[in-house]
Design a protein. Structure first.
Lengths: 158, 679
C-alpha cells in the first residue's frame, strides 16, 4: 500500500511571505511534488489550531504551517503566536495518539521560493514514510456531526 | 463513497479556467478541469464552467460579465494565476457586471500547479481540487465594500542621495509637504563624492548641487540631516514616524555657515566617509564645501573638548555664538501619509578579496578612492597620483567585478562597475597619459549611449583583457616587474596566463545593500531579498511599491543601479505618492475582525494579542470590541477566541473550512476516508 501511497497535505500560507514564496517558486519554475494544497491566510497568526485538526479529520495526511521569519511578521509579532500554537498542537496531537511529525512549521520569506519548495518536498517524503493518516476513532467533520463519545471504560480496546 | 458536505446551496456559481496560453494548458488539461467542475460540482452550485485562452484579456473578462448578466451568476471562481497578479482584474470585471467584487475568488493553478509540477495527470487532479476549494470557499463569501482610509498629505523621504532628492523635489514641487531625513550631516549621498558621471562625463557636483540647494531652500521641504528614523507606527495614509535628530552642537538658528569654526578647530581627523580615508577633516566639519544644509556638525568622539574638557576654540571664535556644547539629541514625531525609502547602498569591502591586496599593497585603490583622487575638490585636487601623493602612475590596471558575479561574495552584477571602470580608464588616459588595462569578465554597457562610450574608450587605446584576475602581488619575478604591482590573470581570449606589471590598481568594487538593511526593512514593515535589497511589489509592473501599502522604494535600496535609473525611480515613487495624495483617500481590502457581543464571554484571551491596540475591553458590559480603524486584519484574535465570537471578513472560519473541504473531499484520486471509518 505504501508503495502507491500519495499523501495529501494541506499547507497554510501567509499572504505576505510564504504565499509569495509559493508564487516565486512558480515564477522560477522550481519543482515540488503535487501532494500539497495551499490555503492563503492573511497571517500565520490567523491559524486557528482547529484548522489543523479539521484538516486531519477531513482527510489530510499532514499539515504544513508557514509564516514569516521571526521578527519579520507583517503584523509585527503574530508569527510568535503561531509558534506557540504549533508547539501546543504537537503536544495535543501526541496526546491524541497522532504522530506530531504530521504537522510542520516552516518560516519562508517572500524571497525563499526555493526553500519553500524544498521544505514541501521534504515534508511529502516525511509523510509518505509515516503512511496514510488513519484516525483511531471516528472524527466528526463539523460540530453538527459530533457523535457522542463513549466513556473510556465502555469503549474497550480501541 | 466520500462524505459529502451536507449543506445545500442556492447560489449560482460560474467557474472559469484559464489556459494562460500554454503556461497552464501546457501542463494541465484545462478542458478536463472545466468539464469536471461542470459535472461534479453541479450540486455545489456550479451552473457553468468554461475554459478560455486568456481569461484576463478583455474578451475573457467579457465572457464572465456576459455570464453574470445572462445566467444570473451570484458567485465567480477564476482558476488562473496568483491572486496577487489578477485578483483586482476579475473583481473589477464582476463589479462591471453588477456583482459585488468580493463574490469573486481567484485560485492559482499556475504558480501552484502548472509551473511547479511536471506530472500532467497529477497537476490536473490538483487543479481540480484547487477549483473545488475555490467553489466551496466562494459560497461563503459575502458582499463587502472596500475600506476608505484618508491620506495625510505629508510624505517622509528617507535618504538624501540623488534618488531621495529627486523624490522629495517632485513631491514638494507639486505643492505637498515633504520631510527628508538623512543620516549624514549633509544630503548628496554617494553622488556628491563623484567627479564625473558616465557616459556624458558631466561633473557630478555641477548637476547635483543645484538639486541640493533646491531641497535646502524649498518651502515645502523640511530637511532633517544628521537624523535617523527610530520608529514607524500606523499604516498607509497615517503613519506616525519618530525621528532622532542627533545633537549637532550647533545652534542652527544662529549659524551662518561661515566656516570659521572649521578653520580654527585644532583637531584633524581622517575622513573615512566622504574622502574615503584619503583626506582629513576637522572635528567640527561639513563633509564638503557645497553641503546642504550649510551648518557643520561637531563630531563628539573626536572633539578635544568632549574628550578632554578643554579647547572650546570654535565656541570662542564663532562670530554668532552658534556653538552649543549642551545640545542633546532631539526626538521629533512626524505625521505622514506615505513613505519613500531611498536609503542607498554600501560599497563592497575590498579587503574581503584578500588576493587583490587592498589595504596590504599601498597602490591598490578602490573605486571610491579613485573617485576622490580624480575629483578636483578632492584630497589631491584632482591629480591622479600613487599613495605617496606625488608619483604619477605610468600604467594602471582596473579590475572589474570585484566582489560581484562571484559566488564567494555576491552572485549578482552590480550594474554600474563596467561603466565606472570605463570612466576611470578615460580619466586616467586623459589626465596622466598612462597605459590602462581593464580586466573584465563581460562588458555590460546596455543603457543609452553607454556602448558608444565603450567604443570611445577603446579608440582612446585602453587595453582590455578578458579574464578574472587571480592575484595582485608585489613579488616580482622579472626585472621589469621590480617595484611594480603584478596582475596575474588568465587571458581567456588569447588562452594565455599573463603577468602584467602596473603602478596602480583600481578595484571596481560592487554595490551591497546597506549593512543595516534588514533592520531598516523591519522598521518599515517590508522585506528584503536574501542579499538584503528591498523587495519591490512586482519586479516588472510595480517596481517602486513595496508589499506594505504606503511604503515606496527608490534608488539603490531596491538593487544596484546607476544615476539615471535612481533618478527615474525617485520620480516614479514620487508619482505614486502624489497619485495617492491627490485621491485624498485609498481603498483597502475590507479584511477586518469584528466581535459578536452576544457570543463574547469577556474572557479577555484576545486582549493581549493585538499589536495594534485595536482590541478594546468594555469593563461595564464585560465584552470586547475591535476598533475597525486600528485593526489590520491579521486574524490572530479570530483564531484565538474560544467562543468563536470574533470573526474576520474575507478570511472567516467558514470560508477557510469550506475551502479545506473543497480541497480534500472532492479529490477524486485520493478519497480521504472510507465510509466505514467515518461516522
Amino acid at each position: 500500500m505504501n508503495d502507491t501511497f500519495e499523501p495529501v497535505i494541506i499547507g497554510f500560507t501567509c499572504n505576505w511571505c510564504s504565499y509569495r514564496a509559493a508564487d516565486l517558486a512558480g515564477t522560477a519554475r522550481v519543482k515540488y511534488p503535487p501532494n500539497i494544497r495551499l490555503i492563503r491566510l492573511m497571517c500565520s497568526g490567523r491559524l486557528d489550531p482547529t484548522f489543523v485538526l479539521k484538516a486531519l479529520a477531513s482527510g489530510a495526511d499532514g499539515v504544513l504551517i508557514t509564516g514569516c521569519h521571526p521578527g519579520e511578521c507583517h503584523y509585527l509579532e503574530q508569527n510568535y503566536k503561531t509558534l506557540r500554537r504549533y508547539l501546543m498542537l504537537r503536544r495535543v496531537l501526541t496526546q491524541m495518539g497522532i504522530e506530531p511529525e504530521r504537522i510542520k512549521l516552516v518560516w519562508a520569506s517572500a524571497a525563499e521560493g526555493v526553500k519553500l519548495a524544498q521544505e514541501i518536498t521534504d515534508m511529502v517524503e516525511q509523510i509518505r514514510a509515516l503512511g496514510p493518516f488513519k484516525p483511531r476513532y471516528p472524527m466528526p467533520l463539523n460540530p453538527s456531526e459530533v457523535v457522542e463519545v463513549q466513556p473510556v471504560a465502555e469503549r474497550g480496546t480501541v | 463513497m466520500m462524505s459529502k458536505i451536507n449543506h445545500s446551496t442556492t447560489e449560482r456559481v460560474g467557474v472559469y479556467v484559464c489556459h494562460c496560453g500554454s503556461n497552464i494548458a501546457g501542463v494541465i488539461d484545462v478542458e478536463a478541469v472545466a468539464q469536471w467542475a461542470a459535472e461534479h460540482l453541479k450540486d455545489r452550485g456550479v451552473v457553468i464552467a468554461r475554459d478560455y485562452k486568456f481569461m484576463c484579456s478583455s474578451l475573457g473578462q467579457e465572457l464572465i460579465e456576459k455570464d453574470i448578466q445572462e445566467l444570473g451568476l451570484t458567485r465567480v471562481v477564476v482558476a488562473a494565476c496568483s491572486p496577487h497578479l489578477h485578483e483586482a482584474t476579475f473583481r473589477v470585471a464582476c463589479q462591471r457586471a453588477g456583482l459585488n467584487p468580493y463574490l469573486c475568488e481567484l485560485v492559482s493553478i499556475r504558480e501552484q500547479a502548472s509551473w511547479v509540477h511536471t506530472d500532467k495527470h497529477a497537476a490536473t487532479e490538483k487543479a481540480k481540487a484547487i477549483v473545488s476549494g475555490g467553489v466551496e470557499r466562494v459560497l461563503h463569501h459575502t458582499p463587502l465594500d472596500p475600506l476608505h482610509v484618508p491620506i495625510h498629505p505629508a510624505t517622509l523621504v528617507v535618504g538624501g542621495g540623488i534618488a531621495g532628492i529627486q523624490a522629495a523635489l517632485e513631491i514638494a514641487d507639486a505643492g505637498f509637504p515633504v520631510y527628508l531625513v538623512e543620516r549624514e550631516p549633509s544630503i548628496g549621498g554617494h553622488m556628491a563624492q563623484f567627479d564625473k558621471t558616465f557616459p556624458t562625463l558631466d561633473c557630478a557636483a555641477c548637476i547635483l548641487t543645484p538639486r541640493m540647494v533646491s531641497i535646502g531652500s524649498h518651502p515645502n521641504v523640511t530637511l532633517m540631516t544628521w537624523s535617523e528614523v527610530t520608529n514607524v507606527a500606523g499604516y498607509v495614509g497615517n503613519f506616525t514616524v519618530t525621528v532622532k535628530k542627533k545633537a549637532r552642537y550647533i545652534n542652527t538658528d544662529l549659524c551662518t555657515g561661515c566656516g570659521i569654526c572649521q578653520e580654527k578647530c585644532p583637531k584633524k581627523v581622517i575622513d573615512d566617509t566622504f574622502e574615503a580615508g584619503l583626506g582629513y577633516r576637522k572635528a567640527v566639519y561639513t563633509p564638503f564645501p557645497q553641503a546642504v544644509p550649510k551648518y557643520p556638525v561637531i563630531d563628539h568622539v573626536n572633539c578635544t573638548y568632549f574628550q578632554k574638557g578643554t579647547c572650546r576654540a570654535c565656541e570662542k571664535l564663532c562670530p554668532t555664538d552658534a556653538i552649543d556644547f549642551n545640545q542633546e539629541d532631539e526626538i521629533v514625531t512626524l505625521q505622514v501619509g506615505n513613505i519613500v525609502l531611498a536609503t542607498g547602498y554600501d560599497l563592497f569591502d575590498a579587503r574581503r578579496v584578500a588576493q587583490y591586496g587592498y589595504a596590504r599593497l599601498a597602490n591598490v585603490f578602490t573605486s571610491i578612492e579613485f573617485e576622490r583622487l580624480s575629483n578636483a575638490a578632492g584630497p589631491t585636487n584632482g591629480n591622479i597620483v600613487l599613495r605617496d601623493g606625488v608619483t604619477v602612475p605610468k600604467t594602471v590596471g582596473i579590475i572589474h567585478c570585484t566582489g560581484s558575479r562571484d559566488r564567494n561574495f555576491n552572485n549578482y552584477c552590480s550594474a554600474i562597475c563596467c561603466m565606472q571602470s570605463l570612466k576611470f580608464a578615460h580619466l586616467v588616459k586623459e589626465r596622466t597619459g598612462a597605459t590602462v588595462y581593464n580586466f573584465y569578465i563581460d562588458i555590460r554597457t546596455t543603457a543609452k549611449a553607454y556602448d558608444e562610450f565603450y567604443q570611445r574608450v577603446l579608440e582612446e587605446g585602453a587595453i582590455f583583457v578578458r579574464g578574472r584576475v587571480a592575484e595582485v602581488t608585489d613579488a616580482s619575478r622579472m626585472p621589469n616587474e621590480e617595484g611594480k604591482l603584478i596582475i596575474q590573470v588568465e587571458d581567456t581570449l588569447a588562452g594565455l596566463q599573463r603577468r602584467i606589471p602596473v603602478d596602480m590598481v583600481i578595484l571596481s568594487v560592487g554595490l551591497e545593500p546597506r549593512r543595516d538593511s534588514h533592520e531598516v526593512a523591519k522598521l518599515f514593515g517590508i522585506s528584503c531579498s536574501s542579499d538584503g535589497w528591498i523587495i519591490e511589489k512586482h519586479p516588472k509592473l510595480d517596481p517602486v511599491a513595496t508589499m506594505t501599502e504606503g511604503v515606496f522604494v527608490a534608488g539603490c535600496a531596491q538593487g544596484p543601479k546607476d544615476i539615471p535609473n535612481s533618478v527615474a525611480q525617485g520620480a516614479a515613487a514620487a508619482a505614486r505618492v502624489l497619485g495617492r495624495i491627490q485621491q485624498k483617500e485609498i481603498a483597502l481590502e475590507p479584511v477586518r475582525a469584528s466581535v459578536d457581543e452576544s457570543k463574547c464571554s469577556g474572557c479577555r484571551i484576545c486582549n493581549g494579542l493585538c499589536p495594534f491596540n485595536a482590541i478594546i475591553f468594555h469593563e461595564d458590559r464585560m465584552v470586547t470590541e475591535v476598533n475597525p480603524a486600528l485593526c489590520q486584519g491579521c486574524g490572530t484574535c479570530v483564531a484565538a477566541c474560544p467562543a468563536g465570537a470574533i470573526s474576520g471578513t474575507v478570511f472567516s472560519n467558514e470560508q477557510i473550512f469550506a475551502q479545506m473541504e473543497g480541497l480534500l473531499l472532492h479529490n477524486i484520486e485520493h478519497p480521504p476516508l472510507t465510509e466505514g471509518v467515518l461516522a
